[in-house]
Design a protein around this ligand. Structure first.
Ligand SMILES: Nc1ncnc2c1ncn2[C@@H]1O[C@H](COP(=O)(O)OP(=O)(O)OP(=O)(O)O)[C@@H](O)[C@H]1O
Ligand SMILES: [Mg+2]
Length: 468
């Protein structure tokens, strides 16, 4: 509203000038002496006709301006004139006001504001858009904006004041302020709650990660455990065979000793020699098989347990893994074929790499072949360039539906929930290949046409790689 106030102040100043003209001719005291005299009559009959006309115009302007107007004498603060709408605003009648001061009427809710107003007027001669608080005759407060100007008349300084009631505006502003405040408080409360929820979520996520790591670790241990069980089972056969043959040989030797004492025939000697040769051959074959198993398992177990980096030949590591997995493979009825290019020397982590192949072969055996179907699992490796090797694990099984294909590396994704599947196998594969081995892993599959997992692994694993 300041613009409006300025406009009104301008009108008021014009009216003030007009009044100045009148007061220049007539004494301002007259109105104070005759408080009931309407403004139209203050000067009527006292001036010439032209003056009376101007006086009438002024009186009209004075009462037409939408803001309330008052004229007071600066020396004693008495009202000289008030407009009609000032009566409505203040609750006082014109008769009650003229000749009295605003202090006497108790108009100023904060009298100091009047002192400040006068000070500004004395200094600048004019005041605009000043916020003050008046008190209505009934006692309630009137928040107002005033504009005023001093003018001289016959040596008397008078003040014309335009008052605009802004109570409703202030109340609305106050309401907006309160709503804003409430809104701010609500936003603050919500933000706080959100931050707390975020913190709780972050903590829950952290706990979940720990749990996942723990599961991955225990998954590794479980895999090692099942490997031990498989190898122990497989060792049973050659050692058992060996024991049977050794026992038979022992028995055959005792028989032979008896034959020697009784008088050895040439044919007895020939048969014994043939039996002994056969037995020793079987013994050696079985013990060598056991030795192979133990050696391979030892290497795989050491690699797995320590996750040590070392130089190794890929063919050796794959055949060691194939041997350690052979018990499970033969039970599944699948055939595993390895086609590994010779001379692929890696400086990497054979344990984790073995675990990757182990998981992929196990997955093929578990998921790819249904109804006891005897499938083919192929492991192929060749160098891609001077720095990288590509390893494929391929099966000719049922394949993976397109919907599942993009989720197989997600932790806990399994189609064998409740049937021994944890859904961590391929997640571990992904972690190892992209983490410690510093490579990539991809899967492609066609329904009923099998699945291929393709690893691309550097011959030299990255230095900074962390083992799981
Ligand atoms: N060779 C495959 N043929 C068909 N489906 C496969 C093959 N490999 C993986 N899958 C699918 O991918 C899913 C996820 O495999 P992943 O190894 O992560 O978990 P899992 O084998 O179910 O459980 P876990 O390995 O923990 O015992 C499997 O449940 C299966 O549906
Ligand atoms: Mg698996």
């Amino acid at each position: 509203m300041p613009m409006e106030m300025a406009g009104i102040a301008f009108a008021m100043l014009a009216a003030g000038l007009l009044l100045g003209v009148f007061l220049g001719r007539r004494r301002t005291d007259r109105a104070a002496e005759q408080p009931d005299l309407p403004v139209e009559a203050v000067f009527s009959g006292q001036a010439d006709e032209a003056l009376q006309k101007r006086n009438a115009i002024f009186a009209k302007v004075f009462n037409l301006v939408p803001d309330t107007l008052t004229i007071t004498r600066l020396s004693d603060g008495r009202y000289v004139e008030v407009s009609h709408n000032w009566e409505t605003l203040s609750g006082f009648t014109r008769a009650e006001a003229i000749g009295h001061t605003s202090i006497e009427l108790g108009i100023w809710a904060e009298p100091q504001q009047r002192v400040d107003l006068i000070e500004i007027l004395r200094r600048d001669g004019v005041v605009r858009d000043l916020d003050v608080t008046f008190r209505h005759k009934q006692g309630h407060l009137l928040y107002s904006q005033v504009a005023g100007s001093l003018f001289e008349s016959e040596g008397e300084t008078c003040l014309m004041l335009a008052v605009k009631d802004v109570t409703a505006q202030r109340a609305a502003e106050q309401e907006i302020r309160e709503i804003n405040q409430q809104l701010e408080e609500r936003v603050q409360r919500r933000t706080l709650k959100l931050e707390q929820t975020n913190a709780e979520l972050a903590q829950a996520l952290e706990t979940l990660r720990h749990a996942q790591d723990e599961l991955v670790r225990s998954g590794k241990m479980a895999a090692l455990g099942s490997l031990v069980a498989g190898v122990a089972h497989e060792l049973n056969t050659p050692i058992g065979n060996g024991l049977t043959v050794a026992t038979t040989l022992e028995h055959r030797l005792q028989m032979f000793v008896g034959q020697v004492h009784a008088g050895l025939r040439r044919s007895d000697l020939d048969r014994f020699m043939a039996d002994a040769q056969f037995a020793t051959e079987v013994l050696v074959r079985n013990l060598m098989r056991a030795g192979d198993l133990v050696r391979s398992f030892k290497q795989v177990a050491v690699d797995r347990a320590s996750s040590q980096r070392r130089q190794f030949n890929l063919q050796d590591v794959v055949s060691e893994i194939a041997i350690t997995l052979s018990p499970v493979i033969s039970r599944s009825g699948c055939e595993v074929q390895a086609d590994i290019a010779s001379g692929l020397e890696l400086d990497s982590y054979p344990g984790p790499l073995g675990q990757v192949l182990d998981n992929l072969i196990n997955n093929a055996m578990t998921h790819a072949f249904v109804n006891g179907q005897r499938g083919l699992i192929e492991i192929r490796a060749r160098d891609l360039n001077a720095d990288e090797v590509q390893i494929e694990v391929r099966d000719n099984g049922v394949g993976i539906p397109a919907n599942n294909l993009k989720r197989v590396f997600d932790p806990f994704f399994t189609t064998r929930l409740g049937q021994g599947g944890s859904g961590l196998g391929l997640h571990i594969v992904h972690n190892i290949v992209t983490g410690v081995l510093g490579g990539h892993v991809d899967v492609s599959s066609q329904p009923e046409a099998g699945t291929v997992f393709t690893l691309r692994v550097p011959l030299r694993a990255p230095e900074s790689a962390q083992t799981l």
